[in-house]
Design a protein around this ligand. Sequence first.
Ligand code: NOJ
Length: 560
Amino acid sequence: MTAEKETQPQKWWQKGVIYQIYPLTFADGNGDGVGDLQGIIQRLDYLNDGDPDNMSDLGVDAIWLSPINKSPMVDNGYDISDYRDIAPIFGTLDEFKELLEQCHRREIRVIMDMVLNHTSNQHPWFIESSASRDNPKSDWYLWQDPGYKDGLPNNWLSYFGGTAWTFHEERQQYFFHVFNENQPDLNWRHPEVKQAIYDMLRYWLEMGVDGFRLDASSVYSKDKYYRDNPVKFGATDKNAYHNQDHLYDKDLPDNHEIIREIRNLVDEYEDRVLIGETFIDSRLYDSNSFYGVKNDELHLPFAFEFPFSPWYPGYLQREIEKKERITPDGAWPTYFLDNHDIPRHLSRWIECALCTNPIEIAKAAGTLLLTLRGTPVLYYGQEIGMEDHQNIPKEQQRDQAVVATPMGELPPNRDGARTPMQWDASVYAGFSFGKDVPPWLPVHANYQDVNVETALKDDASILNFYRLLLQVRQGSEALCRGAWRTLIHYPYEHLAYLRETETEQVLVLINFAYEKPLELDIPIEEEGWEVLASNIWELGKTLTLPENLQSFEIDILKKV
Ligand code: NOJ
């Protein structure tokens, strides 16, 4: 893939770094133990204080907020009961406007999570729709008469376990839900549903939000004949959902039509971004189709290449090369390591790493994420090396949406990756400002060592390394927009790649097996490389290759 045309200015969402906040556990401003908008406002200076001379912040360019709309919180906000209001546990609409204003003042953009595939069953639309078969909203959801197979309309399954059909007494019909039964799917074939959703999107865009992350954006439309999905030959996944070929309930052509309509709408407003969780089994190739044939769908379709990769250079490189090859011209890649649905990378990768020191893995993983060609998305806490809480007692668990079926299928509980942000070493990791109230989920036991305050004071911390990486990235044309080129074709213990424009080359070297000195024979000129960043904290030195390469850990070097 060639370098971006250097004459065209990059969009903020191409150049910038996005930071995902899980509002329930990021920061608690009012001391009730639950994260909220005031908590986020009070922590904005940590993310980016807007002062280019003050380098103590992290320096992110945008925040993506997991849902903050009104919700009964069965799926912790991914079940919305009022799209135009804020959940009272998070605050008020006025507080959201204040957050927007405070973010924009610091040049932080705000991306809202939009859950458009389904609503909560407490949403007035569903309450009305379910009241009778002949009310004005009766077709706003997917209702079907009992069918042939154990009374169910067809064989479609819920991602969260069991059948996707729940019987409703009043209507004597089943309704469809790809997630929990409290999250009925909207009928996207109904013009009034589309209109209501599009009006609501305008409402937030006009308020000034900078874009949306569309939840489950590849399952909006379903087959109008409700045909059974074929079962995959020989598939034995514990979650039976994965054993079907989702031919009729996922990634249908009409889904692309809907995304194009949303993109058109978003494009009416200046400089907004459309991100989507593409949620498809075959990941990369199909996720890519969500750029749209004419780059007219999502700006940034999330695929899950790193979350599903082991921590091995060869494997990771294969994912990057694939993405480099298939990202269409004019489209822009995006990468992430973690999100609120999967175990954090330090918990996933520690077992399978060539080096088992979490600090080194965190720095290497951060280097990878922040030096590839594409927009990096960070998940709160990864910048300090937060790990999953593996032993949350049953009575303190909050992820009620995933359900065990009678067959015992159980998608993993996701609470471990959603524990409170670790701000300092005080009680409950300083999560609630000045108050010792137990937070919504228990704090990870390592908070006295792993927290923002401690990390900021330690030059060699993961956080300070991330801060440096963000600065280096921002200051380098090659890292922001340059082409990516590997220097090793079959990597075994390290990655070495170039990011280059016509005027600048950046060489990234990541060692995955720290005990061993490495000898690399790479085809680049030997002299004149300046160290931009290194995990052994040597900056601004001019090096002569290849001696340096014989003991590198992580180095980012530049030649102009
Ligand atoms: C994907 C979201 O990331 C996840 O947290 C949620 O449970 C489902 N979609 C349902 O909205």
